[in-house]
Design a protein around this ligand. Structure first.
Ligand SMILES: [Zn+2]
Ligand SMILES: [Zn+2]
Length: 439
C-alpha cells in the first residue's frame, strides 16, 4: 500500500513540477516578448487607422505573423489577416485581435500620442486615436503568437489567428466569417479574444462565465421640417425643435417603458442640423446606439423610438408624408456569450499563471463586441472573451481615494498602463493556449 501511495505522490509531484516549469517558461518568455510588443504598441498607437481603412496596420500584422513562422493570408474579407501555424495533431485554437481605431482627437499628452488625421466617408477630416486599446490588443496578440512559436515544444495542435478589421463598425467579424474563415482554414475547437478594461488594474484579468457584452443596434433618425428664415419662425416648422423634443422623450423609454431589471441603453450620439444662426433648416439627422441582452426588449425599444419620433413631428404640425424616417441599420452586433466550460478552463490556466487573486469575476457590460459572431455560426464554436485590466494599480488607488474613476474606453484621455497590461495579456493568453494544447 505504501509503495502505491508513494508512486501516486511521485507522479503528482512530477506533473505539478512539469506544469510549474511550463508556467515559469511562459512567464520568462512573455517578459522577453513584452519589450518587443511595447515598441510595436507605441508604433501602432502613433499610426492609427479607422475601421475598413486598416491598410498599413494589416500589412504590419501580416509581417509580424510571417516573422513568427505562420502561413499568412492577407486581404481576407476586407483588410483582415489570417495566420495558420500547424504544430502536430491536436486542437485548433483561434486567437483574434482587432485592428481599427476611432475618430477621436487624442488628449493624453503622451510622447507617442497620435497626431493622425483621416478622411471620413463624407469627406470630413477627423483626428484618429486608438482609444479602445486595439493597439494593445494587436501588440499583445503579436507577443502571444511569438511566444507560442518559441515554445513550440510545449504544445501540439494548430493555431488559427486573425487580425480583424472594423470591430468598431461591427463589420469585421461578419466579413471574415462570410469569406470562409471556418471553411477555408482549419475549424477552431475554441476561439479566444481579449479586451482591455480600464476599470480593472493592470496585472489582473476579468472573467465572465456567460453573457459578457451587450448586443448593439444602430438607428438613424431623419427629422424633417419646413425650412426658412430664422426671423420668421411662424412661416416654418423647425426640425431642430422637433429633434430636441425627440431626444428628451427618448429618455423615457428606459425609465418608463422597460423593466428596471432589464439592461437597455438608448443613447443619441450624434445630432446634426442647420448651417447658420438665421436659417431654420429643412432637416436634422440623429444617430443612436442601442444596447441590449434580450431580443424581446430591443423590439419594444425600437417600436417606442418610432412612436416617439412620429408623435413629436405630428405635434409640430408636420404632414403624414413628412414624418421622421427611423432607420435601423442592418449591421448589428449580437450579445457576446462566453462558453461557461471554456471560461472555467481559462480560470484554471490563468490561476496557474497570474494567481487566483488576480482573476476578477466581472459583470456583463453594456459595451458591444463583434467577437460574439464567431460563436454564432453553424460550427457552434465555444468562445471566450477575457477582460484585460489596464489601469496602473497606483493610479487606481489615487483615483479611488478621490472618489474618481479611470478614463473609460473611447475617451480621448484613455491612459492604459501599457507595459504591465501587455505582459499580463501575453502570459495569460499563452497560458490559455498551452493549457488547451498541452502535449
Ligand atoms: Zn471600441
Ligand atoms: Zn474595442
Amino acid at each position: 500500500m505504501i509503495s502505491k501511495y508513494f508512486i501516486i505522490l511521485v507522479a503528482m509531484t512530477i506533473q505539478l513540477s512539469a506544469f510549474a516549469q511550463i508556467t515559469e517558461k511562459i512567464r520568462n518568455e512573455a517578459k522577453i516578448q513584452t519589450e518587443y510588443s511595447l515598441k510595436l504598441c507605441k508604433y501602432l498607437h502613433q499610426n492609427p487607422e479607422l475601421s475598413f481603412h486598416e491598410f498599413e496596420t494589416a500589412k504590419r500584422m501580416a509581417a509580424e505573423l510571417k516573422d513568427a513562422g505562420f502561413d499568412v493570408t492577407e486581404h481576407f474579407g476586407g483588410n483582415s489577416v489570417v495566420g495558420v501555424l500547424k504544430n502536430g495533431d491536436g486542437p485548433v485554437i483561434m486567437l483574434r485581435t482587432d485592428m481599427d481605431a476611432l475618430p477621436i482627437q487624442e488628449k493624453t499628452g503622451f510622447e507617442f500620442a497620435s497626431t493622425k488625421i483621416a478622411e471620413t466617408k463624407d469627406g470630413d477630416e477627423v483626428a484618429v486615436m486608438h482609444a479602445c486599446g486595439h493597439d494593445i490588443h494587436m501588440s499583445t496578440w503579436t507577443g502571444t503568437v511569438r511566444t507560442l512559436a518559441t515554445l513550440k515544444d510545449e504544445w501540439k495542435g494548430t493555431l488559427l489567428v486573425i487580425a480583424q478589421q472594423a470591430e468598431e463598425f461591427s463589420g469585421g467579424a461578419r466579413e471574415a466569417i462570410d469569406a470562409g474563415l471556418f471553411t477555408k482554414f482549419p475549424t477552431p475547437d475554441y476561439a479566444l479574444a481579449f479586451h482591455i478594461n480600464p476599470e480593472l488594474e493592470s496585472g489582473k484579468i476579468g472573467l465572465v462565465g456567460g453573457p459578457v457584452f451587450a448586443g448593439v443596434k444602430t438607428v438613424e433618425i431623419t427629422v424633417f421640417g419646413k425650412g426658412g428664415h430664422g426671423a420668421y419662425p411662424e412661416k416654418c416648422i423647425d426640425p431642430i425643435v422637433i429633434a430636441s423634443r425627440i431626444v428628451l422623450d427618448l429618455q423615457t423609454i428606459v425609465s418608463r417603458e422597460i423593466s428596471p431589471l432589464e439592461p437597455i441603453v438608448v443613447t443619441v450620439g450624434s445630432i446634426h442640423g442647420g448651417t447658420r444662426p438665421n436659417i431654420i433648416p429643412n432637416e436634422v439627422k440623429m444617430e443612436l446606439t442601442l444596447r441590449y441582452y434580450s431580443d424581446e426588449a430591443i423590439k419594444k425599444v425600437i417600436a417606442a423610438i418610432k412612436r416617439i419620433s412620429k408623435s413629436a413631428a405630428q405635434m409640430a404640425g408636420m404632414p403624414d408624408d413628412k414624418l421622421p424616417d427611423v432607420f435601423v441599420l442592418p449591421v448589428e452586433t449580437p450579445p457576446v456569450l462566453n462558453n461557461s466550460e471554456l471560461s472555467k478552463k481559462i480560470d484554471g490556466f490563468a490561476s496557474e499563471i497570474i494567481g487566483t487573486e488576480n482573476i476578477v469575476e466581472t459583470s456583463p457590460a453594456m459595451v458591444g463586441e463583434d467577437f460574439g459572431k464567431y460563436g454564432r455560426t453553424p460550427e457552434n464554436i465555444p468562445i471566450c472573451l477575457i477582460w484585460l485590466g489596464s489601469t496602473n494599480p497606483e493610479l487606481m488607488k489615487e483615483l479611488n481615494a478621490k472618489g474618481k474613476k479611470p478614463f473609460p474606453l473611447h475617451s480621448p484621455n484613455l491612459n492604459p498602463d501599457y507595459e504591465k497590461t501587455i505582459e499580463t495579456g501575453i502570459k495569460v493568453m499563452v497560458g490559455n493556449v498551452i493549457g488547451l494544447m498541452r502535449k
